[in-house]
Write a protein that binds this ligand. Structure first.
Ligand code: 13P
Length: 252
């Protein structure tokens, strides 16, 4: 059985002192209470803290992640961070196409696919986020939306597609305290798995994470679904006790 992947996404939260304290608590918890070998752990942090967090997690088994990457290689793109820059800080995972970037920065499916390509070419694993809005959910368009979003990434990345991580994050579940039910999430994950299977014989290898109000109380049931291979955790990744509970649920 493949190890589950639990990835935190701090979003625009944190600070030098708070990061240090949180990572210290997490490392203590991982060292004393858990067999972390049974779950992979990553933390996707704001770009300005990559250097700090790289130092703090060294040798701890927590992998470093970023929250975005430029679709351009280098050049006149003020404010952007290239894949090779992330690589300089030993970044292993990079979130692309988070709904907050699609909504607030107008990122398109094609741009998200290019970002995934940049990450792969630099030897990093893109965590490709897909998910429907509340109105798309209520009008019965969930499948169409997530398939369209994933199709763009499959199209641009061809045979490398088994190297990505997919995160199903229903927009209506993010930060709302209202998670998708395990059945609802499993249904969408099965659709995504089938789509990956049509593109690669390695589809079973791909981690498909669930994200959206995953917490210490609901993680075990969500993670017990056959196609839920881990979680992408926002709010609960900022609290060490909660994040450790989710890792423990994944390590079972
Ligand atoms: P929450 O866990 O806070 O709902 O956020 C989910 C998310 O967007 C992770 O990328």
């Amino acid at each position: 059985m493949k190890q589950k992947l639990i990835a935190g996404n701090w979003k625009m939260n944190g600070g030098l002192a708070a990061n240090k304290a949180l990572l210290h608590e997490l490392q203590q918890g991982l060292a004393h209470a858990l067999d972390s070998k049974h779950a992979q752990v990553a933390m996707c942090v704001p770009a300005v803290y990559l250097s700090q967090v790289q130092q703090l997690v060294m040798g701890s088994g927590i992998n470093l992640g970023a929250q975005d990457v430029s679709m351009h290689e280098h050049g006149a793109y003020t404010g952007e961070t290239s894949a090779s820059m992330l690589k300089d800080f030993a970044v292993r995972y990079v979130i692309v196409g988070h709904s907050e970037r699609r909504q607030n920065h107008g990122e398109t499916d094609v741009q998200v696919a290019l970002k995934a390509q940049r990450a792969l070419s630099a030897g990093m694993t893109p965590i490709v986020c897909v998910g429907e809005t509340l109105s798309e959910h209520e009008s019965g368009h969930t499948e169409d939306v997530v398939k369209r979003q994933l199709a763009a990434v499959i199209h641009a990345n061809g045979h490398c597609i088994s190297e990505i991580v997919v995160a199903y994050e229903p927009v209506w579940a993010i930060g709302t305290g209202k998670n998708a039910t395990p059945n609802q999430a499993q249904e969408v994950h099965a659709v995504l798995r089938a789509q990956l299977k049509a593109a690669t014989s390695q589809a079973e290898r791909v981690h498909i994470l669930y994200g959206g109000s995953m917490n210490a109380a609901n993680a075990a049931e969500l993670l017990s679904q056959p196609d839920i291979d881990g979680g992408l955790i926002g709010g609960a990744s900022l609290k060490s006790a909660d994040f450790l509970c989710i890792i423990a649920a994944a390590a079972r």
